[in-house]
Design a binder for this molecule. Sequence first.
Ligand code: TYD
Ligand code: MG
Length: 451
Amino acid sequence: MAKGKTSVFFCQECGYESSKWSGQCPSCKQWNTMVEELVDKKSTATKKALGNVQVVRLNEISSSREQRISTHMEELDRVLGGGIVPGSLVLVGGDPGIGKSTLLLQTCQQLAQQDLSVLYISGEESLQQIRLRADRIGDFSEKMELLCETNLSLISGVISERKPRIVVIDSIQTMFHEDVNSAPGSVSQVREATSVFMRLAKEQEIAIFVVGHVTKEGVVAGPRVLEHMVDTVLYFEGDRYGSYRILRAVKNRFGSTNEIGVFEMRQTGLCEVKNPSEYMLDGKPKDASGSIVACTMEGTRPMLVEIQALVCHSAFGIPRRTAAGTDFNRVNLLMAVLEKSVGVKMADQDAYINIAGGIRINEPAIDLGVVLAIMSSYRNQPISDDVICFGEVGLSGEVRAVSMVDQRIAEAKKLGFATCILPKVCLKNIQKPQDIQLIGVENVREALNYL
Ligand code: TYD
Ligand code: MG
């Protein structure tokens, strides 16, 4: 073993650190993920004399609002909290092939057009490959520069020398530092690389975007540690075979999380989808049983989605149930609620629930929609096309209040819905809108009467 180094085992899934090997990670319970890496024994923290430490009053710090750089892509700006903050480190995660490189290349294109110097550093693709992709996207300004390199010290040297305003690192898993003994992509390499970029970003006020690949389980490969270190974590998700893509903020030090941006992958790169509700409802079947539109909030933005249910008699002893796009356990719970409070027999029914459009929704406000879709399919009774619903369903079958009722109703009105089924308590403190009939319900049974 090299002098001054100790051997440490890291879980490649969650970054758990241990001095001895084990077959299963004690933290995330994954098997065969502990890998030995050599790390420096000496502490990296620099010693500072006590005299140099300064404590300041909060009020004395100038509070000039941070200047944001607009990407001229409304969807991306919103997810970032209103634009790029200079000096921030943004992690963009997502499955391979989902469009991370495309999104960042397009962002670079927009930024370079605003006369900002942009440096795109790729450790995955050759210059020709990037050029081919860029040709599909459009013209680039002179300000856009490329570098194919994976060596961290060279990269930080180039960045310090050229001082670009925006840097893109594609991807963090390919970067390596010579002083760290483990392979690129391992926890210590990724951690080292991230701290190098963090320092560069803060010291030189450069906004740095870092691409990170995601494993099957949906975490950025190897390091969950990475999420703690960066300022903003964005996830790019969506069905790889469908054309829509959803960009979601999971952490944001400069804005709210839960905001989403919707894009569509076309021949010429990613296109913004300004009105996702219309997009999600595209292709909704007419007069089909087991289908209803529900309204959910994604951050501050209301979105209409179609909930589909297929309920049919089970051929086996144990009924089969699946939930695509929503929580499986929640669906089971709602079916139990139906059984108890409405008195239908669900125990011998297979049930398949799907949120059309491939988006994933965990907001309880779609409960009422799930319940109505299940009953509509069970009774083989179509729900009228102009009905929309939202509301949380409690364990005793009561329909509970949800937030931001006005925005949800406004969105429903905008898309031409005539009837809205909502929790009765929500009717109290809203302005009564015109052109849309509001039906307040107290429990699931009441809601079913309106079908
Ligand atoms: P990419 O950005 O390479 O994904 P990632 O960096 O996340 O791995 O996206 C690759 C996919 O996007 C690929 O399957 C082709 C598709 N694509 C288009 O459909 N149109 C385009 O204009 C571009 C550039 C890519
Ligand atoms: Mg890529």
